[in-house]
Design a protein around this ligand. Sequence first.
Ligand code: GLN
Length: 489
Amino acid sequence: MGLYEKTAAELSALLESKQISAVELAQDVFARTAAVEDRVQGYVTRTEQQALAQAQAIDERRAAGEALPALAGIPIAIKDNICTKGTLTTCASKMLYDFVPPYHATVMEKLDAQGAVITGKANMDEFAMGSSCENSAMHPTHNPHDLTRVPGGSSGGSAAVVAAGEVPLALGSDTGGSIRQPASFCGVVGLKPTYGAVSRYGLIAFASSLDQIGPFARTVEDAALLLDAITGHDPLHDSTSVKTPFEGSVRANLNADVKGLKIGLPKEYFGAGISDEVRERVLAAAETYRGLGAEVFEISLPLVEYALPVYYILSSAEASSNLARFDGVKYGYRTPHAGDDLIALYTKSRSEGFGAEVQRRIMLGTYVLSSGYYDAYYKKARAAQRKIRAEFASAFEKCDVILTPVAPTTAYGLGAKTADPLEMYAGDICTVSVNIAGLPALVQPCGFDGAQLPIGMQLIGPRFGEQRLMNAGLAFEQASGLRNIIAAL
Ligand code: GLN
């Protein structure tokens, strides 16, 4: 068994007991990357030289007798919308083709302090807008379980490199499902934390009130390990971050006992539009929980009907404002075709630098915020958001966690939905409500379809319910044996 096939928790123990070195581990995962990456194409930038230097430094500190944190020497890939000091951060956009941040995101400071080894920057849909990774201005990423299919998106690169065995852990970001849907398509574990649990400082903003950074891993324990490293109040840099009750202790408190756990199945998430195979596997997972002593019952969340329009109005409105900073003047792409006309400099830099989907969202967002339409669209969407929040809050008076599918289908073919943006948006139906309500949600594999493609399930928790979600996830993982799945490439 190659080191690349081991979990982060196993590798951490091997490193600590000095049975392996961080350099050896880095070399092993790079050998795997060399063997598969030309087919998967999960990275935008690889930082192997720098990673080897980081690994070497960790080995020296350990040899000197220093006690090191759990992630010291563990390879981690980073979604390319998270600022890494001195390393290209493109957001998979021509607009940021040459952007080298002069500062680290807070999560990167935390990973640095842990001694993590950064393997590179993972591919994504441009500015995190998309569900298939095909909106990347660089290249599409391929699903490691079937290279003709999409890995999901927008964090498709992060999910794919973990599923392909190129790295045991990765960071992604989730505004409307961008961690969870690719985790589902690639057969890995992904967590969207409670809004505020992880600092967004240095995460290039898409929709600031919905965005959260979260972990990808191949086991629930590994996801907890990475979550523990990145959570925390960041009063200096992110005023929306908060102190959580589970701060850094989720892994230590993992407990797979689900006896008496109340699991709600919202009937609206299992109706028309969800493929039979997905529905059957998720309902079979519910039966597994029942067998473990959980109480499983049907609930109703009728407002899911409004989730997609609410999400696309709010997220596009915020995106139109957030992306106004890319003007060709301060940094990023600047058109060579503007002559000495300032307005042409702005418009041409933006039309040439942003891809079609990003421009579509900016136009949609500008429209719903414009005077005359603000009340009809933006204000209504905010009102609907409050109702959706209240609906989840009352559901959590009856149940401890909510179990749903992640996406209507398993991974589809590359190019299958690129011609029809609305069809692409419809695939987000099961994930967007979680961001609208600011809740945490865990995705993990629950089976395979007839084509041997992974099927994921989603456990949604109340605010700060991360420990409960991880415990429930671990119980299913142990009962099903569906863990540490690496695509045969
Ligand atoms: N697929 C959704 C979108 O295109 C979600 C993206 C995300 O979570 N960043 O907006």
